[in-house]
Design a protein. Structure first.
Length: 632
């Protein structure tokens, strides 16, 4: 949640900040602001609402300066108002900060600072950090200002005052409990930005005579191909020409510069009206990318280069635990069916928000996979760390290189789905399911699947991108169906076996972007309560491809029709029975059972998209939601 961008270099900072904040809008926000230093003054501009409100204010009241910080806020403490928007001041307007994360002990620190005479203007935990850094800064100056403002560099520091500023920030963050990504300006030192991170992502883009700091890589695309990922408990002293990274425990560390493989096109709409629609139609290619180089015909298995565990270690796993949140949790349910069927390994799927506080009995050879698009989901990260603390091997299935979960896990698999900007996850879900299918094949071939069985699975996977493209061709029919039901305020989604998770995910997509109440159920559970909701105003989306439970789902469909409920059915292309009962039919390719969720979810994504448009909803920025949920 929220977005941070900061710039220091030879150019005017505000254009960089605004461009960067626009690229971070997908993370979710309700206010925005910037601060720059000019003429020995900290200039602050912030506004509630959309970023355009801030841009309009800056057009009327310019904020010059070659160093600046910017922020898009998603409210956690206090409502979305101008006062609560970031940046916040500390130290009698000598310090300005932006912050992502949540400080759990801010009330105690605030009470202490108020007792010492600090006056607070906002309801945020962030202003407490600003005031605390300001107080530590003042104390450092009082201890010996001459030592820090003049003289030769000390201990390799580029300028003596850099150590003063870094020490002040280190002293402050040592008192914080919670998570933070920080960028800090000091009014009297416009040559430097201090950045610090714990549990909330920060990256530094290395340019020629300039640096850009951001909460993910998207603001850097097109400006630099060099990126530094800060780790937890690290602080960066950033000038136009230099970057110095200090670790809390190790002191100065040599930072690693990685290659940024993102291009500006990755965050462009490419002619689509919304990112969500673009990402839905990217799925044939993102599925190919997820499989590229990972299927071995010679060995009839999958190949993964980043698991960092030997085949012997993996074969000793007698239980697999999949943990995730939201859409990734639904992909985990698909993975449970796949792995248990192909590899005969018991699999448990846990909500990360529950697992992090539970103490379930787990066998010593339990292997954890944390599944996440962003790699920054706070609950998933905490669950992974708890399992790692207990000595279990931890692996990540993740889309974002260098993310917190990717760094914390012992190994993992990247999705290679490209940046997903739409808040409602689409291409990441199908890529997660594909990776889990390959994992199921990998574990199956390691244990009980024959060579021929492995080859049949690989052949089906190779066909999948074209079959997803065929599923996308339902777009026009789905749009017509959406127009028919967009006025309804309740939907039911029903599926069985592999398509039960599809029902859950389809219902979630509709809830997320159209604000319609929707629930997903195993189709057979209808008669155990939800059937009471069926009436002529409540459509039921029934996912009924071919398979061994086809006749069972047909019976459930007939139960709905007998009670006057409209039915939207998702069927295979050669189905001859459902059309006689259903009110509307969406036809998808006939695929193997284990691949059905990847094909059947596509028209449900499109259905949610078109219904949301017809109801006038903001598809890419649904209310109250954020792309990367970095708070508990």
């Amino acid at each position: 949640m929220c977005g941070i961008v900061a710039y220091i270099g030879p150019r005017d900072a505000v254009p960089y900040l605004i461009e960067g904040l626009r690229r971070l809008e997908y993370r979710g926000y309700d206010s925005a602001g910037v601060a720059t230093i000019d003429g020995g003054q900290l200039l602050l501009t912030k506004r509630a609402g959309r970023l355009d409100n801030l841009v309009q204010e800056l057009a009327e009241h310019a904020s010059p300066g070659c160093v600046g910080i910017g922020h898009t806020r998603w409210a956690t403490h206090g409502p979305a108002t101008d006062v609560n928007a970031h940046p916040h001041f500390g130290g009698d307007h000598a310090v300005a900060i932006v912050h992502n994360g949540v400080i759990e002990n801010f009330r105690q620190i605030k009470a202490r600072l108020e007792a010492e005479g600090c006056v607070f203007e906002s309801a945020t935990d962030t202003e407490v950090i600003a005031k605390l850094i300001g107080r530590c800064y003042e104390d450092r100056l009082a201890a010996g200002p001459d030592e820090h403002t003049a003289g030769e560099p000390v201990d390799g520091w580029i300028a003596p005052h850099h150590r003063l500023l870094a020490d002040a920030v280190q002293q402050a963050v040592a008192q914080l409990q919670g998570t933070y990504g920080l960028a800090v300006l000091f009014r009297d030192y416009p040559d430097v930005i201090i950045a610090a991170r714990l549990g909330s992502p920060l990256v530094v883009g290395v340019g020629e005579g300039e640096h850009i700091i951001a909460s993910d890589a998207s603001p850097l695309a097109g400006h630099t191909e060099q990126i530094v990922y800060l780790a937890d408990h690290q602080l960066a002293v950033v000038t136009a020409d230099s970057l110095r990274v200090i670790d809390r425990d190790q002191g100065y560390v040599q930072h690693q510069i990685d290659v940024l493989e993102m291009t500006p096109d990755a965050v462009a709409l490419d002619g689509y009206p919304h990112y969500m629609l673009k990402e839905i139609y990217e799925q044939p290619e993102t599925i190919r990318n997820s499989m590229r180089g990972r299927l071995s015909v010679d060995e009839a298995t999958a190949i993964f280069g980043g698991l960092n565990l030997t085949p012997q270690q993996l074969r000793r796993a007698n239980r697999i635990l999949l943990t995730a949140c939201g859409t990734s949790w639904h992909a985990a349910l698909v993975g449970e069916y796949m792995i248990e069927e192909m590899a005969q390994i018991p699999v448990e799927v846990e909500y990360a928000s529950e697992l992090r506080y539970r103490n379930p009995p787990l066998e010593s050879n339990t292997l954890l996979f944390a599944i996440t698009q962003s790699g920054e989901t706070a609950d998933t990260l905490a669950a992974l760390r708890e399992m790692k603390r207990k000595g279990h091997p931890t692996l990540a299935i993740c889309n974002v290189v260098g993310s917190s979960i990717a760094q914390a896990a012992d190994g993992g698999i990247y999705l290679h789905a490209g940046q997903e900007i739409g808040v409602a996850s689409t291409k990441a879900f199908t890529s997660q399911c594909v990776v889990l299918a390959m994992l199921a094949l990998y574990f199956g071939r390691m244990r009980n699947l024959s060579f021929d069985a492995g080859m049949r699975i690989i052949e089906q996977l190779h066909k999948l991108p074209d079959q997803v493209a065929q599923a996308l061709s339902t777009g026009a029919a789905v749009k017509e169906i959406a127009a028919k039901y967009a006025h309804c305020n309740n939907f039911l989604y029903l599926g069985r076996q592999y398509n039960f998770p599809t029902a859950l995910e389809g219902a979630l997509k509709l809830k997320e972007i159209s604000y319609i109440h929707a629930e997903g159920y195993p189709a057979a559970e209808m008669k155990h309560g939800p059937i009471a909701l069926v009436d002529e105003h409540t459509p039921s989306v029934v996912i009924i491809p071919h398979g061994f439970v086809y006749d069972k789902v047909m019976s459930n469909l007939e139960e709905i029709k007998a009670r006057g409920g409209p039915v939207i059915a998702v069927v295979c292309e050669d189905d001859t029975r459902v059309a006689d009962l259903a009110d509307d039919v969406i036809v998808v390719p006939n695929v193997e059972d284990f691949l059905q969720p990847i094909v059947t979810i596509v028209p449900l994504q499109l259905l949610s998209y078109h219904i949301a448009l017809l109801r006038g909803c903001d598809v890419d920025k649904p209310r109250n939601l954020a792309k990367s949920v970095t708070v508990e």
